[in-house]
Design a protein around this ligand. Structure first.
Ligand SMILES: Cc1cc2nc3c(=O)[nH]c(=O)nc-3n(C[C@H](O)[C@H](O)[C@H](O)COP(=O)(O)OP(=O)(O)OC[C@H]3O[C@@H](n4cnc5c(N)ncnc54)[C@H](O)[C@@H]3O)c2cc1C
Ligand SMILES: Cc1cc2nc3c(=O)[nH]c(=O)nc-3n(C[C@H](O)[C@H](O)[C@H](O)COP(=O)(O)O)c2cc1C
Length: 558
């Protein structure tokens, strides 16, 4: 291409915003793959105006981003598109839909995002049919998880079961989903424009470029709980020059399995530690696979069932470790274990909310990690990843990625925040407060924090008090559940401050909840009760729904 043409293209691309750039990418892709002619793809849309509904189910904003893009492309193609979040979608409309396109991610262990749960449950109740429905599903996921794109697959399958007509095949997208998503949109537009016979030949599946892996170094690791506490919560500081994140994001780590456990499995099964296997397109030795890639510490029941089938024995189908399995049910020969190795699932990443802001500390990431404990037959055990993190020392290397979460972001600088974050739920709010102090944001900040005891468990006490003194924190309400005979939790503090709480909300404050899922449910129930008790004209559920849909009630819970 001539330098002049390159310059013109560069100038044209610079003049576009990000959405238009992505649209152009999709347009060129479809043009080069023969699905768009030299004239606009819109020209193929028949005169009759098709109406489509684009419904998304998201946890961290990716599906929403794609659905938005899809809607703006539809508009450019001359198609009337209704864009809706699945939690705002009127389920009774489903039977009336003609074209229903869903963009949905998978969360937890193969579950739909919380915002899509009602829809997911609804379609899985049989007893109704959707004979008019024409549908398509774009499934977002991550191949690091064993149940890759499971929620999207379930929706695709079930809409078909209910009598819907699948107009395009489900597309499963890994973490770098944009190109794959564009290609799926092209397929949809072709079908909508009646182009069944001009569908491009199946594209080869693109190898995922995966997540950007950062290599950092531990700067500090401090137990924030004092002597006598029942807990260990570590403040961890990581240095990493080129790291980029925003407050509200989390850090993801794929934990390694303990070397002694791996050695014990190798010794018990007699497998050759250096024998190599291909795992997700890369080659690893048996030792590397067991140490770094596969989940061996707590196998789900489905894997235990596979082990039972493999050794042709009836064994209890409960979650257990691989070491316990091979110890309790010795294999006949190394080859038998080699064959089972292929049935093990990848280790799932663990996420930790980022507790720092790049506005304050460039090149650093801070975390607040609770060392997870549990007991097996009265023996105290520790969670795999949190135990590893809490044991790291200054100078230790650490590999991680950033899990972006566009659904948990700070509002405009002049808007108020109410943050509810007991225990490790404090982490993103430390990031929020640091950021707001650095940027001089004028909005007011109110934090509800809680844990078991004031003297031993008040995480970041000095910092929070200094933020109060400097006026960064406008209000701080703390609840220490076990410091008095009756239990007091953050939701009790909200109840005691109900008038002020609703005044802030009425003035436009955004409500954030982070931490344990159970806590977030208790908090939500308290808020609903308070609305009902206040005799508010509006239905309590509607009130919270409106807050949610206007982006003023955000949760990051686990
Ligand atoms: C969005 C998000 C943000 C998060 N932010 C934070 C944060 O800021 N701070 C934080 O501390 N955590 C956070 N978490 C939780 C964190 O990701 C991990 O889930 C947590 O640290 C536990 O992981 P682990 O590897 O230590 O424990 P795991 O090894 O995964 O164990 C977890 C549980 O599984 C059971 N278990 C495990 N192995 C066995 C076994 N062999 N036998 C019987 N039972 C077993 C136990 O009940 C144990 O408690 C967050 C999670 C999410 C999704
Ligand atoms: C806690 C957690 C659990 C996840 N579980 C799965 C899973 O079981 N299967 C999968 O394919 N992806 C899983 N993912 C990956 C998400 O589906 C992926 O990040 C997706 O891009 C998120 O899209 P969203 O922002 O629209 O929710 C999980 C992500 C997180 C944070």
């Amino acid at each position: 291409m001539s330098p002049e043409k390159k310059k013109q293209i560069g100038e044209f691309i610079d003049s576009l915003d990000r959405q238009d750039q992505i649209w152009t990418l999709g347009f060129l892709d479809s043009m080069l793959n023969g699905s768009a002619s030299q004239e606009s793809a819109a020209a193929k849309v028949p005169a009759e105006n098709k109406k489509i509904t684009i419904a998304y189910g998201t946890e961290s904003g990716n599906s929403k981003k794609i659905a938005n893009l899809f809607a703006s492309r539809a508009k450019q193609e001359g198609i009337q598109a209704k864009l809706v979040s699945l939690d705002q979608y009127r389920l009774t409309d489903l039977a009336k839909e003609e074209y229903f396109l869903t963009v949905i991610s998978t969360q937890g262990e193969g579950e739909p995002p919380a915002s899509a749960k009602k829809f997911y449950d609804h379609i899985h109740q049989n007893g109704f049919k959707l004979p008019k429905l024409k549908y398509g599903v774009l499934a977002l996921g991550d191949t690091s998880y064993p149940m890759f794109c499971k929620a999207g697959e379930d929706v695709d399958h079930q809409l078909g079961n209910l009598g819907g007509e699948r107009i395009v095949d489900i597309r499963r997208c890994d973490v770098d989903f944009e190109q794959e998503a564009q290609s799926w949109m092209n397929d949809v537009f072709q079908r909508l424009s009646g182009g069944t016979n001009i569908l491009p030949a199946a594209q080869p599946v693109k190898k995922s470029t995966g997540k950007k892996i950062y290599r950092g170094e531990l700067l500090a690791n401090i137990n924030l709980n004092d002597l006598g506490s029942a807990k260990q919560t570590h403040h961890i500081e990581i240095a990493c020059e080129d790291v980029f994140y925003k407050p509200g994001d989390s850090l993801g780590i794929v934990p390694q399995n303990p070397a002694d456990v791996v050695e014990a499995i190798i010794a018990l099964t007699g497998i050759d530690r250096d024998r190599t296997f291909v795992h997700r397109n890369d080659t690893y030795s048996v030792y590397e696979l067991l140490h770094r890639k596969l989940n061996i510490v707590y196998l789900p029941e489905r894997v235990v069932a596979k082990f039972a089938a493999h050794i042709k024995k009836e064994i209890p189908l409960t979650k257990t470790s691989l070491l316990d399995l091979v110890r309790s049910y010795p294999l006949k020969e190394p080859a038998q274990f080699e064959a089972f190795l292929q049935q093990l699932e990848p280790t799932t990443p663990r996420l930790y909310s980022i507790a720092s802001s790049l506005e304050t500390l460039d090149g650093e990431v801070h975390l607040t990690v609770a060392r997870d404990t549990f007991t097996i037959e009265q023996e105290l055990k520790y969670g795999l990843c949190s135990d590893h993190l809490c044991g790291l020392k200054a100078g230790d290397p650490i590999e991680f990625y950033i899990h972006h979460n566009d659904q948990f972001r700070l509002p405009e600088d002049n808007q108020d925040l109410i943050m509810i974050g007991p225990g490790t739920g404090i982490a993103p709010f430390r990031a929020f407060l640091s950021e707001r102090e650095s940027t001089g944001a004028s909005g007011r900040n109110w934090l509800f924090y809680g844990d078991q005891h004031f003297t031993t468990d008040f995480l970041y006490q000095t910092e929070l008090q200094q933020w109060m003194e400097r006026g960064v924190l406008t209000s701080l309400d703390v609840a220490f559940s076990r410091d008095q005979p009756e239990k007091i939790y953050v939701q009790d503090k909200i109840r005691r401050n109900a008038d002020k709480f609703f005044q802030w909300i009425d003035k436009g404050a955004t409500l954030y909840v982070c931490g344990a899922k159970k806590m977030s449910e208790d908090v939500e129930n308290t808020i609903l009760e308070l609305i009902k008790e206040s005799g508010n004209q509006k239905n309590a559920e509607t009130f919270l729904e409106e807050l949610k849909s206007s982006g003023r009630y955000l949760k990051d819970v686990y």
